[in-house]
Design a protein around this ligand. Sequence first.
Ligand code: CA
Length: 226
Amino acid sequence: MKLLIVEDEAKIAGYLRKGLAEEGYVIDVATNGIDGLHMALHESYALIVLDTMLPGIDGFGLLAALRQSKQTPVIMLTARHRIEDRVRGLKAGADDYLVKPFAFSELVARIEVLLRRAAGIAPAPDALVLALADLQVDLGRRRATRAGQRIDLSAKEFQLLTLLLRRKGEVLSRTEIAEQVWDVNFDHGTNVIDVAVRRLRSKLDQPFERPLLHTVRGMGYVLEDR
Ligand code: CA
């Protein structure tokens, strides 16, 4: 799941990026309002963490422009305790706000609440379930089963499986998997993806008769029922 952080203070942006990546999210960072708005409009984010005071366009201006076309959930960060800033943020269409300095665990909890709420208002519950043969992945409940048996997955394994399942039958390269599931600063020299695929395969395929996750030598990986 991909989140956007719009924050001009490098130290805070770096701290949020690192912490949220450890929680299993893929993170983009914009350090000014203009880049932030551009990314928010042209990329697809599950949620945006938006600072108030920003160079270029401030957080209120960015949010007002975003809300003309997109309803991406937004948590605003305000450095000031002034009540009018919070009111202004909520009026501009923010879904929640946090006053700096805040505890990281509180930010994570609020992000989870908003993401659950966003998943809950999806059109039909069926739209949140992906399936292939006897494999089912429930995106709303973040749960995977094969032949009715629960498969325990880490956050990254779940993201990897979801990506492969959304694009079932299509061979995905390591580079594409890295971009979609790992950070943009991913080091392509490492074998992180192969290790993760191996681990996913051991949970997904080994206990069952029919393998679904296949290696296409020299190209990448594909999820399909052969
Ligand atoms: Ca700021």
